[in-house]
Write a protein of this length. Structure first.
Length: 161
């Protein structure tokens, strides 16, 4: 055995949006995400239902990196929680939990991402993807989701920044 000390970092984002929880939960799905998140693309590898479910596997691609392998490790409609385990080979593992909670006039969304580096590429990723960049990315997702739920359309390009 060759032990190695990995860097682990947790990032948390909370947002309240003016949309009912039951309208949001089905959209936490790679197939449905294409509808509401500009630029999102994926390749489904396995899903018995064709949608988000425990054990579903899909890939995403990002410039300059190997494909990220996503597995839905928890899909709990009752608790309104979806957890993804994401592996970018040679770089990092991310466990991403999206938890929805009913809130006054809408839904509170909590996204908790635990990153574990797998080597220098992962260290560089975390350095470049600062906590502020994480918050900005999650805020963009929240705005996109809320806009889609209220209008049925993706957020216009002029509002994506």
């Amino acid at each position: 055995m060759n032990p190695r000390e990995a860097h682990r970092e947790r990032r948390i984002h909370r947002q309240r949006i003016a949309v009912p929880i039951d309208k949001i939960f089905p959209l936490i799905c790679p197939v449905r995400e294409v509808e509401w998140l500009a630029g999102f693309d994926f390749t489904m590898i396995h899903s018995a239902s064709g949608l988000a479910e425990k054990g579903a596997v899909f890939l995403t691609d990002h410039s300059g990196e190997p494909s990220t392998i996503w597995t839905i490790s928890r899909h709990d409609p009752g608790a309104k929680i979806v957890e993804f385990t994401c592996v970018t080979p040679g770089s990092r593992v991310r466990v991403l939990e999206i938890a929805l909670k009913e809130a006054e006039n809408g839904t509170e969304i909590t996204c908790t991402a635990d990153y574990t580096t797998l080597g220098p590429a992962g260290e560089t990723f975390l350095k470049d993807f600062s906590p502020e960049a994480y918050q900005a990315a999650m805020s963009f997702m929240d705005r996109s989701l809320e806009h889609y739920c209220l209008t049925g359309k993706q957020l216009p390009p002029e509002h994506q920044r």
